[in-house]
Design a protein around this ligand. Structure first.
Ligand SMILES: C[S@@+](CC[C@H](N)C(=O)[O-])C[C@H]1O[C@@H](n2cnc3c(N)ncnc32)[C@H](O)[C@@H]1O
Length: 247
């Protein structure tokens, strides 16, 4: 999911969907990982029992609805009002997180107020400057406590989905490298799954609109309803050594 470089993003329709067509993005998410392997593995790593959680970029709430009941306190934040509206309709039936409109680069939360920060398919897509600001903000709001830290899910650089998007399928073209290098994250697990649409036509409609012309051309020449996807779960523990930027 989502582009890993600014040039790919500009040809893709993800940002437009986030602002104007949350239903299109949600159709993608409904098809993604039908066996729910990713969120089940994430939940196993997180061991949320009773902890306070901030989810950044909650989107239409597909991850939120699976995880929020296990947390002591759950804050779900997104920069897009329309995405958050869909998430609220989905999740408020299951549990009642605190919903926030806001940007990862200026989190509207007090310092040291959460144990766990979670962001699925959000940080790798940011431009480097924005990502550095977001990581500093994440560090600021996370309390220095045993088990505290940040968990991410991002696309692996090598998968059929990345090929469809015309992105490099080697590590050097991946933003995961900067999350590991400058960001201090480690990969804790790789998961192979797939995006499974109801039909070839639905795959072409959704992936063509979100991923752009490279995907449209590939799906026209070889129609398919299933696309292989590989993701990584990344983790960075909270440490006391990093300076806090805001009080
Ligand atoms: C690819 S979607 C992922 C949604 C959700 N995490 C999921 O697993 O379905 C990325 C989401 O991040 C949000 N987003 C992008 N940049 C953001 C930022 N700087 N601060 C907060 N949210 C952001 C978008 O509005 C969008 O809802």
């Amino acid at each position: 999911m989502m582009a890993s470089s600014a040039s790919a993003t500009s040809r893709e329709g993800w940002a437009h969907a986030f602002q104007h067509d949350p239903g299109l993005f949600d159709a993608f998410r409904a098809a993604e990982d039908p066996e729910q392997r990713i969120v089940r593995r994430l939940a196993a790593h997180l061991a949320l029992g009773g902890r306070s959680v901030l989810e950044i970029g909650c989107g239409t709430g597909r991850t939120t609805e699976q995880l929020c009941t296990a947390a002591g306190c759950y804050v779900a934040l997104d920069a897009s009002r329309v995405m958050l509206a869909v998430a609220r309709r989905r999740v408020d039936l299951a549990c009642a997180p605190r919903w926030l409109i806001g940007r990862a680069q200026a989190l509207p939360l007090a310092s040291g107020s959460v144990d766990v920060v979670l962001a699925t398919w959000v940080l790798a897509n940011m431009r480097p400057g924005g990502r550095a600001l977001a990581l500093a903000e994440i560090e600021r709001v996370t309390r220095a406590a045993a088990g505290a830290g940040t968990w991410l899910v991002e696309n692996h650089w090598s998968s059929e989905l990345q090929e469809l998007r015309g992105l490099p399928t080697d590590p050097s073209g991946s933003e995961i490298g900067s999350l590991i290098g400058e960001g201090g994250f480690t990969i804790v697990e790789e998961i192979d799954t797939e995006i499974r649409f109801a039909s070839d036509d639905e795959a072409a409609r959704v992936l063509g609109a979100l991923c752009g012309p490279t995907a449209s051309t590939a799906l026209a020449s070889r129609p398919r309803s299933r696309v292989a996807q590989r993701v990584v779960i990344l983790h960075r523990p909270r440490t006391d050594s990093r300076p806090r930027s805001r009080s």
